[in-house]
Ligand binder design. Structure first.
Ligand SMILES: NC(=O)c1ccc[n+]([C@@H]2O[C@H](COP(=O)([O-])OP(=O)(O)OC[C@H]3O[C@@H](n4cnc5c(N)ncnc54)[C@H](OP(=O)(O)O)[C@@H]3O)[C@@H](O)[C@H]2O)c1
Length: 292
């Protein structure tokens, strides 16, 4: 419930890449970084919204803003973003994986993957693998995963034999929890791979904030969100402050493999600390993500 710690220095000249910047937390975060002089590359699925966002940021803050278009639930597009970022000839200072969804009903992508798992987890997994060598060669970068305390909805851990929800009844909360838990588990492996390279990877819960999340769900969910969830939610500007702090504060230099509730480090529940599951999930995800 505590407010996030504040980092109050400018960041002119820093390159920030953020996914899902056309709405909610990503939008507020893009504005926060832009307001302090960052150069931005946003990765979004909607071209008109991306263009409007860059125009707004350039107009208001006189910064450089570019965008890449990708539906991050599609494997080919995860790969094309990973390659595009890996080929950039300037250092990426902060890479924020923010794009995410909540679906109350199971939907398969054109690759046959459960959409929440593909978008919330596999996209960042694939991209982080593809940019690994570039980030290491820079000798300095911060990767931030916008996770969620909702990883706790996967109370009994991940069902590695049923990541696509074929053998069990799908529920939105459990699928969302599984996707966020998968991200935390593989963060442990990334943390080890990046160790000593100057690249750090951390995850954060952005608070319970009012955004457009869940807009793809039915009228009942939308009513519940509008009348219950949104009424007790905070503004997404607190998430943006937290991401600004986690991305830039010197106090966090070298800090990696941590989970922050806004900016407060928190111990993860046991299912997110299971190294054996993490290693197995890593191998499965390489297969699922088309990286083998
Ligand atoms: N809001 C909360 O209280 C809360 C709590 C915990 C965690 N989170 C996490 O915070 C992150 C941001 O969510 P939000 O609450 O800000 O929701 P939001 O307002 O719905 O924003 C989600 C962003 O992700 C983009 N996106 C969704 N699916 C995509 C896809 N397949 N390819 C590319 N971009 C895609 C959306 O693009 P469009 O604009 O085109 O739809 C939008 O820019 C998510 O990872 C979410 O799980 C949110």
């Amino acid at each position: 419930m505590a407010a996030p710690d504040i980092y109050d220095e400018d960041c002119a000249g820093r390159l920030i890449v953020i996914t899902g910047a056309t709405s909610g937390i990503g939008y507020e975060t893009a504005r926060k970084f832009a307001s302090r002089g960052a150069r931005l590359v946003t990765v979004n699925r909607n071209k008109d919204k991306s263009k409007a966002l860059c125009e707004e940021l350039k107009r208001e803050f006189d910064i450089t803003c570019d965008y890449l278009i990708a539906d991050l639930s599609h494997l080919a597009e995860m790969h094309s973003i990973g390659h595009a970022l890996a080929e950039m000839n300037v250092p990426i200072d902060v890479l924020i994986h923010n794009a995410g969804i909540y679906l109350s009903n199971k939907v398969l992508t054109e690759d046959g993957l459960e959409t929440t798992f593909a978008t919330n987890f596999l996209a960042s997994f694939v991209i982080n693998n593809l940019v690994e060598e570039k980030l290491k060669s820079q000798k300095q970068a911060r990767i931030l995963l916008v996770g969620s305390e909702g990883y706790r909805f996967a109370v009994w851990g991940l069902r590695l034999d049923d990541l696509n929800w074929n053998a069990r009844r799908y529920t939105g909360l459990r699928a969302y929890g599984a996707s966020k838990l998968a991200q935390l588990l593989t963060m442990m492996v990334f943390h080890n791979r990046y160790s000593g390279s100057g690249v750090t990877i951390n995850a954060m819960h952005p608070g319970m904030v009012a955004t457009n999340t869940g807009r793809d769900n039915g009228p009942l969910y939308k009513w519940y969100k509008r009348n219950v969830i949104d009424r007790v939610s905070k503004p997404a500007s607190i998430s943006a402050e937290a991401l600004y702090y986690l991305g830039l504060a010197p106090t966090l230099a070298g800090v990696s493999g941590e989970f922050f509730n806004l900016t407060r480090a928190e111990e993860l529940a046991p299912p997110a600390r299971d190294k054996v599951v993490a290693e197995t999930l890593w191998e499965i995800s390489l297969e699922m993500g088309g990286l083998k």
